[in-house]
Design a protein around this ligand. Sequence first.
Ligand SMILES: Cc1cc2nc3c(=O)[nH]c(=O)nc-3n(C[C@H](O)[C@H](O)[C@H](O)COP(=O)(O)O)c2cc1C
Length: 250
Amino acid sequence: MSDTILNHRSIRKFEPRPLQPGMLDRILSAATRASTTGNMQVYSIIVTTDEEIRRQLWEAHFKQDMVLEAPVHLTFCADFNRFSSWCKLRNADPGYDNFLSFLTAAIDAVLASQNAALAAEEEGLGICYLGTATWMAARMIDILNLPKLVVPVASLVVGYPAENPPLTDRLPVDGVVHREVYKDYDEPGINHIYLEKESLPDTLELLKINQTETLAQIFTGKRYTRKDNRFFSRAFLEVLERQGFMINND
Ligand SMILES: Cc1cc2nc3c(=O)[nH]c(=O)nc-3n(C[C@H](O)[C@H](O)[C@H](O)COP(=O)(O)O)c2cc1C
């Protein structure tokens, strides 16, 4: 196995220089070699290098500075627009205006994005995903001019790293793998799986800064709150409606 996978770390500071010629093409080729449902390739990748459009994306991505710094911004979209157009032009009736079709296309798009991420790292570049792609999907649609049946699901910034952060922790492999069938977790199991994460010096520091009792409280109370989750869920469902992916009844 290539060391690239095991050495992955998200990069949030980038050199301003553009990618060497050929790099982006290789990354995009790798992205399109990902498996896709029925080999339909129901996704699109928007490559943004233009400074003005990157500035608009930066605003939409909660002003995360790596969006301005990284020379390349990739937005992976679930896309049944192209496939449906092809069907109509070939005397076939496309039935891809429903939630399952969105999910199918979203899975295709995300698999392509991870191929791109690994290919970029293989080239010596750094990447970072941006969850704001879905939180602020309506803005991405406006900025990137996405038609109906196209919805952003993942964004990646790509460029030369200007930092070398340490590897982040992971739960133990046995904490996330189930042998043969799912085995639900009991309290000692949860304690064991989260022990290392909860004991990290960075975690203890976070608890002190935030004056919270547990790391879980930082997730539920500050980073990913119920209120925000519900707000952005509603916004995303509206986007699916607006983009024509919510016709679920006969
Ligand atoms: C779907 C997704 C969305 C993410 N969104 C952001 C983001 O908006 N900002 C950010 O700084 N990192 C973001 N990340 C990076 C994660 O924080 C990072 O992958 C995680 O902390 C593990 O660190 P590592 O990638 O360095 O191993 C995102 C990662 C994923 C997979």
